[in-house]
Design a protein around this ligand. Structure first.
Ligand code: UDP
Ligand code: MG
Length: 136
């Protein structure tokens, strides 16, 4: 292992609602990302607003926070070689229509907002996001 990392994945409400949790977690584990911890929770809109505050100036911010707090989610700590980018590659592009074949968003995403999964976009953000959900 040259660059063992952890990253945060969230299985979003649209995917939990369709019982896709196990299918999505299988994609991670089959691609050498270990599930170090996970829990099913539902967050408040205020918590979603805090989690997504980097997007606070974006036109989709309010709807995004409403959506992420609209139903149960599963938050997952993934660990593996270059886990941040490995997870982003498995997820595919933000817009499922533009996502590469066999990515999670291509397989399961409904739309640019209901795109089934979140993944940290950098090592620094991964650390912050893991702390946000797994405080210990
Ligand atoms: N999003 C949206 N409309 C957009 C762009 C993004 O609703 O035009 C939502 C979508 O759920 C996305 C999230 O906001 O996953 C965060 O956006 P980001 O650009 O960080 O995409 P990601 O990192 O999730 O691919
Ligand atoms: Mg992002």
């Amino acid at each position: 292992m040259n660059n063992l990392e952890q990253t945060l994945s969230i299985i979003k409400p649209d995917a939990v609602e369709r019982n896709l949790n196990e299918k999505i977690k299988d994609i991670f584990t089959k691609n050498n990302l270990k599930i170090k911890d996970s829990k099913k929770i539902q967050i408040t809109k205020d918590e979603a607003a805090e989690f997504y505050k980097v997007h606070q100036s974006k036109p989709f911010y309010n709807d995004l926070c409403t959506y992420l707090s609209s139903g149960p989610i599963e938050v997952i700590i993934l660990e593996g070689e270059n886990a941040v980018i490995a997870n982003r590659n498995l997820m595919g592009a933000t817009d499922p229509k533009k996502a590469e074949d066999n990515t999670i968003r291509k397989l399961y995403g409904i739309s640019i907002d209901k795109n089934s999964v979140h993944g940290s976009d950098s090592n620094e953000n991964a650390k912050k996001e893991i702390k946000f959900f797994f405080k210990n």
